[in-house]
Design a protein around this ligand. Structure first.
Ligand code: NAD
Length: 490
């Protein structure tokens, strides 16, 4: 099998590299795929460049792009079970969650199919009768699309769909840990009629296979979703050729519960906010901020419920949460918990690997609650990206906002209260790209997603998510040109 797609050809890595992909729930090898090196990636960039500069794709009609996106959505919907299974085997997440993800991916492709022709530009009134002036949006060029392992296909769809809708060409590099659904997607794009070279696929490790994506002069945009450290590296690399960068990075998101909230609902959502997908969600509500007067009862009940969460593999019907992505990632999460305890946190539950022998081969970690935390602690400030909830208390509205905003991140947050005025005030004061009021986690492709501060640059989804993949041009047309005599002597 060859899994690299370059210029319409499925190829193997030039140096012959292969990588085994293991299911995090069992440690078993589920597949093995090509492992590209930088020379493969350079080929892919050159193919995308040729397709942009010479294939006519950027000039294709909105109808053509829209039909392609609708057809891909149909193919994904028709193959939902196959795609979801592949996603679950790579990530270890429950099959039902992968199925939700495929539904979301279908919606994302349909959304961009619908909006591909929107915001075609505008006519500008220059105040001059002899001038026709217009601002138009054009395809940006070659986009390098780099995605993480937590929502592999979903994060990919947030990039591939707008890139195609805009008329760009692209090189996609999914996480080396979770490549399978990207391979399937590229097959569906081909089946749907994507011209050769418009979409190219590279598999492999970030620093090697990914290297040229942020340094090669043939790339116009680096659209990246992943960790803060990698984002900083890519931004620095991109500076040398002044590429545009769109960065969706980490978060350390506060979930703020006021005493007057519907505490039963808030409790239920506080669990989902942080323990969904074992905390491997960029917008996870990993910082619980609870008002002092209800803190004890709230955290006691939360601890009891967290202790009952059933862990298991993707195809275990009774499982409520799955494993962490890798042994190395579990080590990292464990180190954060150890550090938190050393810094003064109180362990309320978890803080260990499960002792169930049937889970021993997977990278499982128990849902963990660390009480008595303060904003200054490392485990509160840094993203563990695991099933670890830190608990802080606040006194009043100002205190809640101050603590919530005390972070280098600004991706998402939530506020729970029955007081609509209080909720709206807090929402407007939070320095975050998404704020939920009396809810947690939902998103729609029609609304922008992205981070303030070090959670990123730019937006995905919504109108701004399409704009990331377009250039803007002002065309000034003088319809009655006449000499000006600026320089009188000539
Ligand atoms: P990561 O930064 O380790 O890797 C992300 C991708 O970047 C992978 O494909 C990796 O191979 C690639 N990469 C690494 N170094 C590279 C380089 N030098 N050049 C090119 N590519 C390179 O992140 P991860 O561990 O896969 O994902 C988890 C992170 O993603 C978390 O921090 C999470 O918060 C973040 N995330 C953010 C969002 C969001 O919407 N803001 C969504 C999902 C995940």
């Amino acid at each position: 099998m060859a899994e690299l797609l370059i210029d319409g050809d499925w190829r193997s890595a030039l140096a012959g590299g292969r990588r085994e992909i293991r299911c995090p729930a069992t440690g078993e090898v589920v597949t093995d795929v090509d492992e590209a090196a930088s020379e493969d990636t350079t080929e892919a960039i050159l193919a995308a460049r040729r397709a942009f500069d010479g294939s006519g794709w950027p000039d294709s009609s909105v109808r053509v792009r829209s039909d392609l996106l609708h057809t891909v959505a149909d193919l994904l919907a028709d193959n939902k079970e196959k795609v979801a299974r592949a996603e679950s085997l790579d990530t270890g997440k429950r099959l039902v969650e992968s199925e939700y993800d495929v539904d979301d991916v279908v919606s994302v492709f349909r959304h961009y199919a619908q909006v591909a022709g929107e915001d075609a530009g505008r006519v500008v009134d220059t105040g001059r009768a002899d001038v026709r002036s217009k601002v138009v949006h054009e395809p940006l060029g070659v986009a390098a699309l780099i995605t993480p392992w937590n929502y592999p296909l979903l994060q990919t769809s947030w990039k591939v769909a707008p890139a195609l809708a805009a008329g760009d060409t692209f090189v996609l590099k999914p996480s080396e840990l979770t490549p399978s659904t990207a391979v399937l997607l590229m097959h569906y794009l081909e089946q749907a009629g994507m011209p050769a070279g418009v979409g190219n696929l590279i598999l492999g490790a970030g620093a090697t296979a990914g290297g040229p994506l942020s340094t090669h002069h043939g790339v116009d945009l680096v659209s990246f979703t992943g960790g803060l450290g990698t984002g900083r590296t890519l931004m620095a690399n991109a500076a040398a050729t002044v590429k545009k960068v769109a960065l969706e990075l980490g978060g350390k998101n506060p979930n703020i519960v006021f005493a007057d909230a519907d505490l039963e609902v808030a409790l239920d959502f506080a669990l989902t906010a942080v323990f969904l997908h074992s905390g491997q969600v960029c917008s996870a509500g990993a910082r619980l901020l609870v008002q002092e007067s209800v803190k004890t009862e709230f955290v006691d009940e939360l601890t009891e419920r967290a202790g009952r969460i059933r862990l298991g593999g993707p195809f275990d019907d009774k499982a409520e949460a799955g494993p962490l992505i890798s042994a190395a990632h579990r080590d990292k999460v464990e180190a954060y918990v150890t550090r938190g305890l050393a810094e003064g946190a109180t362990l309320r539950c978890g803080g260990a690997r499960p002792d169930d022998p049937s889970l021993e081969a997977g990278f499982f970690y128990l849902p963990t609650i660390l009480d008595d935390c303060r904003s200054q602690m490392t485990v509160v400030q840094e993203e563990s990206f695991g099933p670890v909830l830190t608990v802080e208390t606040f006194t009043d509205e100002d205190d809640a906002v101050r603590i919530a905003n005390d972070s280098i991140f600004g991706l998402a947050g939530a506020v729970w209260t029955k007081n609509a005025g209080l909720a709206e005030r807090v929402a407007s004061r939070l320095r975050m790209g998404t704020v939920w009021i009396n809810d947690y986690h939902p998103y729609v492709p029609q609304a922008e997603w992205g981070g303030y501060k070090q959670s990123g640059i730019g937006r995905e989804l919504g109108a701004a998510g399409l704009a990331e993949y377009r250039e803007t041009k002002h065309v000034w047309h003088n319809v009655k040109p006449a000499v000006q005599h600026w320089f009188g002597g000539q």
